[in-house]
Design a protein around this ligand. Structure first.
Ligand SMILES: [Zn+2]
Length: 252
């Protein structure tokens, strides 16, 4: 008799990939175990009962069986399908984006309840938001914070002087704002407008819990800056394993 250990957890489906004739590998962010890649068996058959519960960005309650390499999804039930988001192409693309950011910024099996909560809350917010850019800004700031990449927005990351409303810069490489004195000498710095900086600081300080509005161009600037920063973190994170593999290859 084969022994299997089962565990149950709510999870948001991040992405899926076909495997063999009828199976899929599903990447999900679970509340209790962090990011998991699991096998959904027979899910591409028309008779599958799980398929509808394993669509991207669905929040599902899953029962998983511990496998030798990948765990196996043995039951799935939708908790929240985010129907309003799914019925709108623009919102759908935003939901895919949230899922992609969580996938890229997190590592397997690192439990992070805050990231799970932020993802679920942001998917809810997308369906009711007046300005989806503000949802993305809030999401980025909170996820970065929860993963230990909180951008420094109060002090110059170079000289530690308090940042004043001035011609400031932002450096994704250094993870924060650079003052007008240090800015010109820092090749990785880009200009950041005072309004965009104020918006980011407000959302960071209030943990996104207070209502805020901003003109579209300010939201665009703030969002682009956070996106750059997140992309930079992903590259930095991914470069290390590649480098380690290269070193291992060349080692005698
Ligand atoms: Zn400085």
């Amino acid at each position: 008799m084969t022994r299997s250990r089962l565990y149950r957890t709510p999870a948001v489906i991040l992405k899926r990939m076909d495997l063999g004739e009828a199976d899929r590998i599903v990447t999900l962010f679970s509340r209790d175990e962090g990011k998991i890649r699991a096998v959904a068996k027979g899910v591409r058959r028309t008779t599958s009962r799980s398929a509808g519960h394993l669509e991207p960005f669905t929040l599902s309650d899953l029962l998983l069986a511990v496998g030798r390499e990948l765990d196996v999804i043995s039951q799935a039930a939708t908790v929240e399908a985010f129907r309003e988001v799914r019925e709108n192409v623009d919102l759908t693309s935003h939901a895919y984006y949230l899922a992609e950011v969580v996938d890229l910024l997190t590592e397997d099996r690192q439990e992070n309840r805050a990231v799970f909560d932020i993802l679920v809350a942001s998917l809810h917010e997308l369906s009711v938001a007046i300005d989806v850019r503000l949802v993305l800004i809030r999401f980025h700031l909170q996820v970065l914070d929860a993963l230990g990449y909180r951008p420094e927005l109060r002090e110059c990351v170079n000289c530690r002087h308090v940042i004043e409303p001035d011609r400031n810069h932002f450096s994704a490489v250094h993870g924060g704002v650079i003052c007008p004195v240090c800015g010109p000498a820092e090749p990785t710095a880009r200009a950041i407008g005072t309004s965009a900086l104020k918006l980011l600081r407000f959302i960071q300080a209030t943990h996104g819990e207070r209502a805020v509005t901003a003109p579209p161009h300010v939201c665009r600037e703030a969002e682009a800056l956070l996106r750059d920063y997140a992309e930079h973190i992903v590259e930095r994170r991914l470069r290390t394993p590649a480098l380690m593999a290269r070193i291992a290859e060349t080692a005698p």
